[in-house]
Structures are given as structure tokens and as C-alpha cells.
Write a protein that binds this ligand. Structure first.
Ligand SMILES: Cc1cc2nc3c(=O)[nH]c(=O)nc-3n(C[C@H](O)[C@H](O)[C@H](O)COP(=O)(O)OP(=O)(O)OC[C@H]3O[C@@H](n4cnc5c(N)ncnc54)[C@H](O)[C@@H]3O)c2cc1C
Length: 392
């Protein structure tokens, strides 16, 4: 029996190794279009490879898998983050969990994972063919099973040969990018970080909390990356032009008003723009106060009227900007969209249209936020397929 695995990335290697371990007699071949194997694993996590997450802080999988959370919940019963952790340790990759629950190789080097995969593939006799681009199903006619693990396809054309076989697809759009914001005032705050910010798309339920970094092109940081993931389709449909509101303190309006009133009582004779609320730098506060009440920001706290107080609270809790585009860098990490989940059997990830054809990894319409969730999806789906082929 022969299995072809299309794509020599994270999911492809994990699938190949697990299948060969479950079924040593299976002939397994990886077909990789480029000359480089595991290219994304190498650059992932800044070269350290954030290979999974403890999930200890996750109550609802939807928060980390904007697409595919239900399927991930089901499949992780068969291969969880704990299983992935144990798998790597059992295969010689010592791991470490950071305080933020992200898991990395103890070596802090993605090559530890690459070397593990390459060594096991060699030891198990997995055939690896590079410069083998698969563009139609006929190329795979010699194989008994086929697993497509060719990753996120940024363009719909990359999915065409699979769509031609009857598979439903979800239009691919980028996820995990930073926002371009044309605002000269904001640019003066370059380098400023708000630790507990909430970024929101007004008029929608799309919102994300976390550290936010002001950059020379706009905004970045975990809150923005997370929001870009939640809003991947919404923003794509609007050509990346949309309003954005920031709650800089992550607090309610009423709490912000109480905070400002307390400052006014504590330091009535001080200048408004010289006492920053906790959590904001002075530069940031001076900018926000000026934006909210103009020259009155240089007045005394005791002179603030209710209207000005409300405006300051609004600048803290609902400061609005316009997203003018995605950042000018190619910093997308994942593709939202791909093979639609209705095209596969949710228990096995076998195609509903072509028997013995399976999908795993980012080619599926499953994607996560940053934190090791995308690799976990690759490990879980690849393991599911390996088991399904072995059980066939
Ligand atoms: C810069 C960067 C950093 C990242 N960091 C992290 C991180 O730290 N943690 C995390 O969880 N996720 C991270 N990700 C996301 C993660 O890398 C992907 O989700 C994961 O690699 C998906 O695995 P995959 O095997 O499905 O696809 P890929 O790793 O993309 O592998 C697909 C392979 O298939 C090959 N291929 C494509 N088409 C064909 C074809 N037609 N024929 C043959 N071969 C083909 C490709 O060349 C590629 O080698 C990062 C992504 C990027 C870009």
C-alpha cells in the first residue's frame, strides 16, 4: 500500500511519521514543490517555533480558532495539545512552557523540530521528493491513499485542482496582519505600548484585548493581530478600510470617569495633561488629552467641566481611527479559508467527494490566532488523518 503526502511542511511531516509508526508496511512518499522542506517551521516564532500552547488560559476554543473551532474541539479529543507535547518529548524534542502558556523547544531553536522530523523520516524510510509540484489528481494515480497538506493557499487558484474534484472551498484571505493607519498624531507616539488595550471594529462584535504597539505605519501587537484574525473576512470585504476604536485602558467608561474625577480631586491645581492615568505614558496621555479637549488640556484639573470629562473618558475608552490598509510588510502568518469543512468527514478528514483522499493542516478552513494554535491544528489534523488511513 502506498500513501502520497502532498506538501513537505509541518502537517505533511507529522502525518508521514505518525502513519509510518502506526503502519510500518505502508510506503509513504512526501511530494514537496520547492527545494526546501519545513520552511515555515524554520522561520516560525522568530526562529524559535512556538509549536503549541498549554491551552491553560483558554476557556472557549472559538477565541483561538476563529475558523474551525468546533472541528478542533472534536479532533483534539483524539490528539490534544498534551498529546502533541508528549509526542515531541518522546521523539527527543524537550519543550518548555512560557509564562504566557506558549510552548517552545527548550533549545529555543526551530531546527530542533526540523532535525527531529528529518531524522525520523529517514529512520522510518519515508521517501521525500522535492521539486515535485502537484497540480492535478492524475499525478497521484499510483497511490492507494493521498493526503493533501500543502498549507494555506493565499490565492484561490492554488485550490482549483481540488475544487475541480468537487470540493467546496472558502475564499482565501490573509489573517494575522497589522494595521496601516494614516494619522500623523498617532505616528508621534511610535514605540508606545498599551498593555491592556481593547481594539474594536465599531458596529460589530469584533474586539480583541491585549498589548497594543503604536508603530510608524499604524498599530501592531497581540491585540491587533488577534483582531485581524477575528475580522479577517470583514476587513477583506472592505478592502482593509474600516473604522477602528481603541479602549486604551481596557476599562469601562464609568471607571474612566471615576478615575479622572479622582485625579481632579487629588491634584486640582495641576495641569490636566501632566498627570497620566495609570497604564498610559505621559506622552500618550498628552496626545489623547489634546485630541479630546484641545488647548483646555493645559488647564487645571479643577477647571474641568462635565462635557470635557466625558470627552477625556471617551478618548481613553473609545478613541477612533481609520484603518487604511494592511501593513506594507508581508507579515501575514496564516491564510483564512481553504478547503471548506463541509467537504470532509469531520471524524477522519477524508474527502466527501473522493474516497481515500484526506486533508490536514492549513489547507483546511481552520486557522488560529498567534500562540502556537496554528501548529497545534497541523499536529491534530495530521494525526487524525494518519490514524484514519491506518484504520482503513
Ligand atoms: C513567518 C511565520 C511564522 C509563524 N509562526 C508560527 C508559530 O510560531 N506558531 C504557530 O503555531 N504557527 C506559526 N505560523 C503558522 C504555521 O507556520 C502554519 O500554520 C503551519 O506551517 C501550517 O502547516 P502546513 O503543513 O499545513 O503548511 P506549510 O507549513 O505551509 O507546508 C505546506 C508545504 O506544502 C508545499 N506545497 C504547497 N503547494 C504544493 C503543491 N501543489 N505540491 C507540492 N507541495 C506543495 C509548500 O511548499 C510547503 O512546504 C507561522 C507562519 C509564518 C509564515
Amino acid at each position: 500500500m502506498k500513501t502520497a503526502i502532498v506538501g513537505g511542511g509541518a502537517a505533511g511531516f507529522f502525518l508521514a511519521i505518525n502513519l509510518k509508526e502506526m503502519m510500518p508496511t505502508m510506503e509513504v512518499t512526501i511530494l514537496e514543490r520547492s527545494t526546501k522542506l519545513l520552511a515555515k517551521v524554520e522561520v516560525s516564532g522568530g526562529g524559535r517555533c512556538n509549536c503549541t500552547n498549554s491551552f491553560a488560559a483558554i476557556r472557549d476554543l472559538q477565541a483561538v480558532y476563529p475558523r474551525g473551532h468546533r472541528l478542533m474541539k472534536r479532533l483534539m479529543k483524539g490528539f490534544s495539545q498534551r498529546d502533541a507535547y508528549d509526542w515531541f518529548e518522546a521523539h527527543g524534542v524537550r519543550l518548555t512552557t512560557q509564562a504566557d502558556e506558549c510552548v517552545f523547544p527548550l533549545s529555543q531553536d526551530s531546527h530542533t523540530i526540523i532535525n527531529c522530523f528529518l531524522a525520523y523520516a529517514r529512520r522510518l524510510g519515508i521517501e521525500i521528493r522535492t521539486s515535485e509540484k502537484v497540480t492535478n489528481f492524475e499525478q497521484l494515480a499510483d497511490y492507494d491513499f493521498v493526503a493533501v497538506t500543502c498549507g494555506g493557499q493565499p490565492k484561490a487558484e492554488g485550490l482549483q485542482w481540488l475544487a475541480d474534484l468537487g470540493h467546496e472551498t472558502a475564499q482565501p484571505v490573509p489573517s494575522l496582519f497589522t494595521f496601516q493607519i494614516a494619522d500623523e498624531g498617532l505616528r508621534t507616539l511610535m514605540g508606545t505600548v498599551a498593555e491592556e488595550a481593547v481594539a474594536m471594529i465599531p458596529g460589530t462584535k469584533l474586539r480583541a484585548q491585549g498589548p497594543l504597539l503604536i508603530t510608524h505605519w499604524g498599530m501592531s501587537g497581540p491585540a491587533i493581530l488577534k483582531l485581524s484574525s477575528y475580522a479577517a473576512r470583514h476587513l477583506a470585504e472592505r478592502q482593509y478600510k474600516a473604522p477602528l476604536a481603541i479602549n486604551w485602558l481596557g476599562s469601562k467608561d464609568t471607571e474612566a470617569i471615576a478615575l479622572l474625577q479622582a485625579t481632579a480631586q487629588r491634584a486640582p491645581q495641576k495641569q490636566i495633561d501632566t498627570i497620566a492615568p495609570e497604564g498610559l505614558t505621559m506622552r500618550h496621555w498628552t496626545y489623547l488629552a489634546g485630541k479630546a479637549i484641545g488647548e483646555r488640556a493645559t488647564g487645571r484639573w479643577s477647571s474641568l467641566n462635565q462635557k470635557e470629562l466625558n470627552r477625556l473618558a471617551n478618548a481613553l475608552c473609545c478613541d477612533t481611527y481609520e484603518i487604511t490598509g494592511r501593513a506594507p510588510f508581508k507579515d501575514e502568518f496564516v491564510t483564512c479559508g481553504g478547503i471548506a469543512l463541509e467537504a470532509v468527514n469531520p471524524a477522519t478528514l477524508e474527502s466527501r467527494h473522493v474516497p481515500r483522499l484526506f486533508f490536514a493542516g492549513e489547507i483546511l478552513d481552520i486557522d488560529g490566532i498567534t500562540g502556537g494554535f496554528n501548529f497545534q491544528a497541523a499536529w491534530t489534523t495530521a494525526y487524525t488523518v494518519a490514524k484514519a488511513i491506518a484504520n482503513y
